[in-house]
Design a protein around this ligand. Structure first.
Ligand SMILES: [Zn+2]
Ligand SMILES: [Zn+2]
Length: 348
């Protein structure tokens, strides 16, 4: 069978690889259909793994952690409810079950977590074996929106960390796929969203996904727009999805006193931040990592209920044979990429 193998940083090839064989008793064999490519894939592809948790061996690796698939074979001890032919998506998280975060019920922050498609082989291949507990049925959802469940689960978890309430104003920094998913989930929770992004087309998508307001400009212009929107109070919640360390300083500056900043975007760079802003405004700054199984379940529901607007995010499609071009498309700031998809199978 064929797989897109990232052999070393910047080197991806389509290889003939061994099929996974029969499933173990609690595993399923799935046939990936559509794989979404995101910034994390770019980090792995380029070898910039410092931005990802842990400095483990990444190569060679079959990437792809956001994907839809069809169940081919079900292990003999799998729970009922998963049948051959079902369309599913994969919760990519494997946690150790023993470390402090795992013991306090936060396996998504496990110190030795492994993600399918990053630390383990993922969806950019024709067949894949995964534990049955990692697959979530998506019903009649199409293969493309089903591939957007994983990024939506990241947004669900970020909003859980934000502790958002209906009617609350939230500024979402960045309107890439995660920022847009966060806009969708926040709006569905009844929050009022202002989204910021330098790219006009992304700001338009944010409006389409339910943002009340969008803004961009110089630092001062952006802060003025946020101040006007919040009647000079500052938003009680700011969610940074940019991965730009400068955005953290901006978030801490604009958030309301007693407010909360959630950092979702990853970066290996240091943030230029005046530490006095924490006690002066008594703000909470929290990180958000991956997603729990419950977040993932909620994401399936949200994507099923919003399949139309979600489809507007799919900007580019490539076949598996051109997987490398798909990654380069995400990396190219001039490509107009929002969510880039790789299509493996044609079954609908
Ligand atoms: Zn991703
Ligand atoms: Zn753990």
């Amino acid at each position: 069978m064929l797989a897109a193998v990232t052999r070393s940083p910047g080197v991806m090839a389509i290889d003939n690889v061994q099929e996974p064989g029969p499933p173990g008793p609690q595993d399923v064999i799935i046939r990936p259909e559509v794989v979404g490519i995101c910034g994390s894939d770019l980090h792995v592809y380029s070898g910039d793994v410092g931005a990802l948790s842990g400095a483990r061996s990444f190569f060679p690796r079959v990437q792809g952690h956001e994907f839809s698939a069809v169940v081919e074979q079900v292990g003999q001890d799998c729970p009922g409810g998963i049948r051959a032919g079902d369309r599913v998506t994969v919760w990519p998280l494997h946690a150790c079950g023993r470390c402090y975060p795992c013991r306090v019920g936060r396996a998504n922050a496990c110190v030795s977590l492994e993600l399918v498609g990053i630390h383990r082989d993922g969806g950019l291949q024709q067949l894949l074996r995964v534990p049955a507990s990692q697959v979530f049925g998506v019903g009649d959802l199409g293969p493309e929106p089903a591939a957007f469940v994983e990024p939506t689960s990241i947004a669900v978890h970020a909003l859980d960390r934000a502790g958002i309430r209906a009617g609350q104003q939230v500024v979402i920094l960045g309107a890439g796929p995660i920022g847009l998913a966060t806009t969708l989930v926040a709006t569905a929770a009844g929050a009022r969203v202002m989204a910021t992004d330098p790219v006009a087309a992304r700001r338009d998508l944010a409006l389409k996904l339910g943002a009340e307001n969008v803004a961009w400009g110089s630092d001062a212009e952006l802060l003025a727009a946020v101040a006007a929107w919040t009647r000079r109070q500052g938003p009680p919640r700011v969610i940074d999805t940019t991965g730009d360390p400068a955005a953290l300083a901006q978030a801490a500056h604009m958030v309301s006193a007693a407010g909360r900043v959630v950092v979702v975007g990853m970066s290996a760079a240091a943030a230029p931040l005046r530490s006095g802003v924490f006690p002066e405004k008594e703000i909470d700054v929290v990180g958000s990592s991956c997603a729990t199984a419950a977040d993932f379940r909620a994401a399936v529901r949200l994507v099923r209920a919003n399949r139309e607007p979600v489809t507007a995010l799919f900007s580019h499609r490539f076949p598996l044979a051109r997987a490398r071009e798909a990654i380069e498309c995400v990396a190219d700031a001039t490509s107009g990429a929002v969510k880039v998809l790789i299509t493996l199978a044609s079954q609908e």
